[in-house]
Design a protein around this ligand. Structure first.
Ligand code: SF4
Ligand code: SF4
Length: 170
């Protein structure tokens, strides 16, 4: 995603407006690229190539395809530090959620996320339960793990989440 020259022909000037249409992401154009979000981001500390400031800039420039197809938008640890520290009141965490929803609708959700979604739709539980866990819970007199896949599937179909499919190249 990074390091490639930007071609004016690939820019979509409407992209930021699409993002801003979501109330929580409305202030994205107020970003003045100070980098405060990046220096406070724990994921940036672990993976320096993950850069919220750069992603915000790319959105404002209209780099739609590169942003939505980027695996970086899925790195966020949802800690909200970027939002708390932004001097321009940009809700970058919310911007990321908007981007992830857009990316998922366009088939860019990573297969691991899609698999997890399908698992929830099937069982109502995020992770597949293993026989050993079930036995261990019984030994410890803990209640059995119960999910309601039917209810989860109903909600996901209503919100469109159930339609998400991964792209082969991701
Ligand atoms: S802290 Fe706010 S203004 Fe600064 S780069 Fe990040 S989003 Fe932009
Ligand atoms: S919410 Fe995400 S992008 Fe923002 S600081 Fe935390 S990990 Fe980084």
């Amino acid at each position: 995603m990074y390091g490639q020259p930007i071609r004016v022909s690939e820019l979509d000037t409407n992209f930021k407006h699409e993002v801003m249409a979501h109330e929580a992401a409305h202030d994205i154009t107020a970003c003045f690229s100070c980098g405060t979000c990046t220096v406070g981001c724990p994921i940036h500390e672990a993976y320096p190539e993950y850069d919220p400031r750069k992603l915000a800039r790319m959105v404002n420039l209209g780099m739609r395809e590169r942003v939505l197809s980027s695996s970086y938008i899925w790195y966020c640890a949802t800690c909200h530090t970027c939002e708390l520290r932004c001097p321009q009141n940009v809700k970058f965490f919310s911007v990321l959620n908007v981007l992830k929803n857009m990316a998922a609708k366009e088939g860019y959700a990573p297969p691991s996320w899609v698999n997890q979604t399908q698992q929830v739709m099937k069982t109502g539980i995020v992770f597949a339960t293993e026989e050993a866990w079930v036995e261990r819970r019984e030994e410890l007199s803990l209640c059995p793990l119960k999910g309601d896949g039917e209810e989860a599937a109903k909600l996901m179909r209503l919100t469109g989440v159930g339609e998400i499919q991964p792209r082969a190249q991701l």
